[in-house]
Write a protein that binds this ligand. Sequence first.
Ligand code: HEM
Length: 526
Amino acid sequence: MFKQILCLIHSYLTRNHRYWEKRGVPGPRPWPFFGTYLQQFFKPFPETEMEWYNDYGKIYGIYDGSKPGIIVGDPDLIKQIMVKDFHVFTNRRPVKTTHKIMSKFLSSLVGEEWKRVRSIITPTFTSRKMKKIFQIMKNSSDTILEKLERAALQKNEDIDLKELYGCYTMNVIAKCAFATEPDINFVKHATKLFTFPFWRKFLDYTVPMRLLDSLKFTVLPSDAMDFFRSITANLIHQRLMTVQSHHSCDHDFLDLLMNARRVDSVEISQSIKDIDDASFRQQTDDDRNQNQNALTGLVTQDVSKTLDQNEILAQSVLFFSVGFETSSQLLTYCTYCLALNPDCQEALYDEIEKTLGMNHGRIDYDIVLKMVYLDAVISETLRLYNPVLRMERQASEDYTLGNTNIVIRKGMIVGIPVWALHHDPQYYPEPYAFKPERFLMENREQIVPYTYLPFGAGPRSCIGTRFALLESKVALIKALSKYQFVPSKQTRIPLRFLPVGRPLLRCEDVIVGVESRIQLTRTPKS
Ligand code: HEM
């Protein structure tokens, strides 16, 4: 009897596991209950993704529990999914929550609701608005210098890059999203947002939404969420009082989100183009036009409706939770790469010295954007260590994938294997070498469109691209103009990634040595 029950459970859990085999689509072997998720408990996700991409090719089938999904790593098909047929793939994997804040995150909204909120908050991230936020970044970057000075003074003290940059990006985003200096309580709750146990994500992927909802389960811990909610609610209240006494200003996200109600469709249209400029620098003119055509679909929305208080709260919490760790990772890996590649570090130092020298040592918004080698260094870091490992879209109708005869069924999740594309030698020769020159203007033509996707692509790409790049550039300019990073005994080569990394890259401590430039005798090249 017991055996029969087990057999019944087994057949139920594996009822769809021959879905791809029947359709001639290759893919890893699924396990009862886990589907193809099991490996991720034991192996770092980048390794699993690379292994599958090499074994099964650019298109392969996977299973979330018993649900079939598909991975598409062909650049032309990616373009179709993310841009040309965006109307079919507007949404991501549904987020299983009815929490009144989490359900309003821009990243989890669907269809028309997503378009409305995205079009209202798009102007928050234009270059004009970023110029205003620039000062917060500059001031916060002083904390980096203080920490580096301490480490450099004590000759043998290495620096933990994740901690160094984590403090900086948390400071910047806390000030921008919550007008708050992070204290111990703040850091405690923030840490909960980023280090929630892996099983939460796993349950989210495999257990039906109705069951999770009835158990009041949420992927992100509700107590941390409520903490940030109460901070923001108080701030909004204070700001509304300030507006009444005519002291409103556009200094942080909260102000910008609260003032978002004032934008009109012309401004939204310009903002979309402006943000697109930051996101799609590697694309050809044709791709660029297509992206912009797809994006302008947002402008036709009714923008007269503004964000309500819960929607503003949700976006502040979201910016905080997605903006802190991704940017901190970018800075960490970038500094690590520079420590291991002294020639690149010196070339970057020369550029910083020269550019600041011409500007009387001042770091201004426009000066930062002029540093082309810095931009190439950051782009190459984002290729080599893209923080977001895989992107996802959900099909809103049955869809035939190019001329493959594969039908993606309505509701199916499509994954884009960003890590694998970034490390495919077909697109990036010597894929594990750090070579910023790949991204210099004269070489950019060689990058195959839709193989470089650190910020995603199409209308649903990262809205914070400009913010993240600016924040990272300011920090690097400040740090590198005074300090030099070197490998130390504690520096791991290569880095070791942790198994529970999806969807964000996770690795063990990243530690390097630091030396003050002031004690060095070297003179910069003219
Ligand atoms: C190096 C830093 C960052 C990286 C690598 C990154 C990467 C990404 C990626 C890959 C996506 C998904 C794109 C897609 O599905 O096509 C995304 C979405 C998003 N990112 Fe970022 N991001 C970064 C920083 C930020 C920052 C600083 C913010 C906000 C201040 C932010 C806000 C968002 C939001 C709101 C979305 C969802 C957009 C939507 O659904 O419309 N990101 N990001």
